[in-house]
Design a protein around this ligand. Structure first.
Ligand SMILES: [Fe+2]
Length: 427
């Protein structure tokens, strides 16, 4: 990545040569080299200023000139092709998905694991996995339905967008705005990860309340790519629109933006830079203390989606059961391991593994973790080399049939709580 620009929600600008961007206006009559001006609006024109996101691009060809007759294509197990299958209020967990053996690029390897509605117009969140062993070459993708938060756990990819490109590897995360065309190349493979598709309000940094002005994910650590162009190239551009996949075949490269400015941008963030807060007296804070990004709903304090990261940190609490506590949550939790061992599960939750604990579904530490939690000496302890994440949503995430029936779902997950015995209480 040409990682020159940093910040969150800023108005950025970048050009591959001087003179593309002009001061004082967005759409001059004459643009350098007769480039075309085009705006990408990420919010309604009239959204409040604090919410309003848009970017102006100055490009060799307007996007509409790349639209051909649309051909509907099916990607097995992705988007509308992945039907939901309500499995009821039961904890579910999956081992890491096997890497593909046949040639498989980012698009081929997309698999929808869950969504919160069977009706696309009602979806707020959908969750996918991806796995690839080759680059997309002359295929590009754009998603009309929502922005994409990408969380890798294996390999290294390069994401090439209309506004520029950047690399992405485990412990980093990236966001691709709704409607922005991109493709994924493979730098070190195979590569795999998870995607949270957010149909609601754009992700933003959470308010910090009494924490103050600094901490958690600091704005300066979000990186935005510089403009980068590709002179030639012919592409098939795939669009996910209303959860179905369509394609325009054989069109000129969409990566032809010679300059851009705006605040609707792709970005990435290194989770190593997350400034973790916690208790220095007793008890474990609620996981919301680890919120990296949030997509608010219309109900104050209740997120459409929170993206939460569990990063390396010290535990020093006295007289405290330190692992995550038993709980039932009105919010639904899609949780994954990126690296190392997660503090709440002694086994069965390897990097690449995920669990789903929907609204009010009971869950908590497994038996080994519990036993350690009630007997460990409470010296200061560093939870090191551990990265896990959670997509937490106000609505239940219905698993897809392909996820429920996959060979890597742990059908014995409930057994990790076998062995808890009813206490004999003398009263
Ligand atoms: Fe939980």
């Amino acid at each position: 990545m040409t990682e020159k620009m940093s910040g969150f929600g800023n108005h950025f600008s970048s050009e591959v040569m001087p003179g593309v961007l002009v001061s004082g206006q967005n759409n001059p009559q004459k643009i350098k080299d007769d480039l075309y001006a085009e705006q990408l609006s990420g919010t309604a024109f009239t959204a409040p200023r604090g919410e309003n996101r848009r970017t102006w691009m100055y490009r060799a060809l307007p996007s509409v000139a790349r639209v051909t007759e649309q051909e509907n294509v099916i990607f097995d197990n992705f988007a509308a092709a992945a039907e939901v299958q309500d499995a009821g209020p039961v904890p579910m967990r999956w081992s890491p998905r096997p890497m593909p053996e046949a040639d498989c690029d980012f698009l081929d390897g997309l698999m929808t694991l869950g969504k919160d509605s069977e009706s696309i117009e009602a979806v707020n969140i959908s969750v996918h996995s991806y796995a690839l062993n080759k680059g997309m070459e002359n295929r590009a993708f754009k998603n009309h339905d929502g922005e994409l938060l990408v969380v890798p756990y294996a390999g290294k990819i390069e994401i090439i967008t209309e506004l520029g490109k950047f690399t992405l590897a485990p412990t980093e995360i990236a966001l691709i705005p709704r409607g922005m065309t991109f493709k994924v190349d493979l730098l070190e493979g195979p590569s795999a990860g998870y995607i949270c598709e957010n149909h609601g309000k754009a992700f933003r940094l959470p308010d910090l309340g009494p924490i103050g002005a600094n901490g958690l994910a600091n704005p300066k650590d979000f990186l935005v790519p510089d403009a980068k162009i590709e002179k030639d190239g012919v592409y098939d551009i795939y669009s996910k629109y209303r959860d179905r996949m369509w394609v325009s075949r054989g069109v000129p490269t969409p990566f032809d933006v010679y300059g851009w400015h705006g605040n609707l941008v792709p970005y990435k963030f290194e989770l190593e830079n997350f400034v973790t807060f916690g208790s220095i007296s007793v008890d474990s804070p609620d996981p919301s203390i680890n919120t990296v990004l949030t997509s608010p709903s219309h109900e104050v304090g209740t997120a459409n989606i929170d993206f939460v990261a569990f990063c390396p940190r010290w535990q020093v609490m006295e007289n405290t059961f330190r692992p995550p506590y038993f709980h039932r949550n009105v919010m639904s939790e899609f949780m994954g391991s990126v690296q190392g061992v997660y503090e709440g599960k002694a086994t069965g939750f390897a990097p690449g593994g995920v669990s789903l604990h929907n609204r009010m579904v009971p869950h908590g530490p497994d038996l080994d973790t519990y036993q350690n939690g009630i007997t460990n000496e409470l010296a200061p302890h560093k939870l090191d080399n551990t990265y896990a994440f959670m997509f937490e949503s106000r609505l239940p995430i219905l698993p897809t049939k392909c996820a429920v029936e996959s060979g890597w779902r742990q059908r014995d997950y409930l057994q990790c709580w076998d062995g808890f015995r009813k206490r004999a209480v003398n009263q």
